[in-house]
Design a protein around this ligand. Structure first.
Ligand code: HPA
Length: 266
């Protein structure tokens, strides 16, 4: 950890980010008009290189409305073969840099007919179906407690800001429960039925490990899913990465607009 922090501070000087944003598949356009200090993951000690198409793989330290942010363009996934401790390492690094608020975005499949592709969903809660937990292993007491509470993980305060911005912009914002599975295979129709029966609204392969670690580190968490497709069995089109990226770009513009407005109020 020390090596990572020293490396980053050497590049960023006295820039102290207060908030972090993690951009999911196809959402990289959020950074298009932003200038700042860029650091590729591959250069950062302790960071794994990002291998997924549609993810850029760099950190951007920048100001938005004179507030200081660190933005992850692309994230690490469990299905890439990284242990969850590695996929969530950046969150711990952000905490050590002074971050106390984090926005986690993702592309997700809808588990409900009434949540069509193109929808934006504020995550109200999650179900961890990854079969593992990022906090397994020795606990670092400087970050958080051994048995952290996961109640109110997704900040009500930040969600209220998000909803008020959506209303102002005339964007239809939904709310729901995000289910995380490991991937990389998409779900079967039977699994999709099960997830919906258990109270899920959307399904994806990320976010939950980072959210657990962020809550453990006492950060305020805002989770947002961009619904890119109907999950398997809900439509005639089988889920595929091309569709996810394309819808990410199309509906991503709406999410970018909403996010820009929201983070101004952080
Ligand atoms: N399932 C899992 N992950 C996803 C999906 C999906 O249908 N769409 C985007 N990410």
């Amino acid at each position: 950890m020390r090596k990572t922090i020293d490396f980053i501070k050497n590049k960023t000087g006295d820039f102290k980010p207060e908030s972090a944003i993690v951009l999911g598949s196809g959402l990289g356009a959020f950074c298009d008009s932003l200038e700042g200090i860029k650091i590729p993951y591959a250069d950062i000690p302790g960071f794994a290189p990002s291998t997924v198409k549609g993810h850029k793989g760099e950190l951007l330290f920048c100001e938005i409305n004179s507030k200081k942010f660190v933005i992850m363009q692309g994230r690490f996934h469990f299905y890439e073969g990284h242990p969850l401790s590695v996929t969530t390492y950046p969150v711990k690094v952000f905490k050590k840099l002074g971050v106390d608020k984090i926005v986690l975005t993702n592309a997700a499949g809808s588990l409900r007919k009434d949540l069509p592709p193109g929808s934006i969903m504020a995550i109200s809660d999650h179900i961890n179906f990854m079969g593992s937990n990022p906090l397994i292993g020795e606990n670092d007491e400087t970050l958080g407690t051994r048995f952290p509470d996961m109640n109110n993980l997704y900040s009500k305060r930040l969600r209220e800001i998000l909803f008020s911005c959506a209303q102002k912009l005339g964007i239809d914002l939904r709310e729901g429960v995000y289910c995380a599975l490991t991937g990389p295979s998409y779900e079967t129709p039977a699994e999709v039925k099960m997830l919906a029966l258990l109270g899920g609204s959307a399904t994806g392969m990320s976010t939950v490990p980072e959210a657990i670690v962020a809550k453990y580190c006492s950060m305020e968490v805002l989770g947002i899913s961009l619904i890119t497709n109907y999950a398997a069995g809900l439509s005639d089109i089988a889920p595929n990465h091309k569709e996810v990226i394309e819808m990410g770009r199309i509906a991503g513009a709406k999410l970018t607009e909403l996010l820009k407005e929201t983070v101004k109020l952080f």
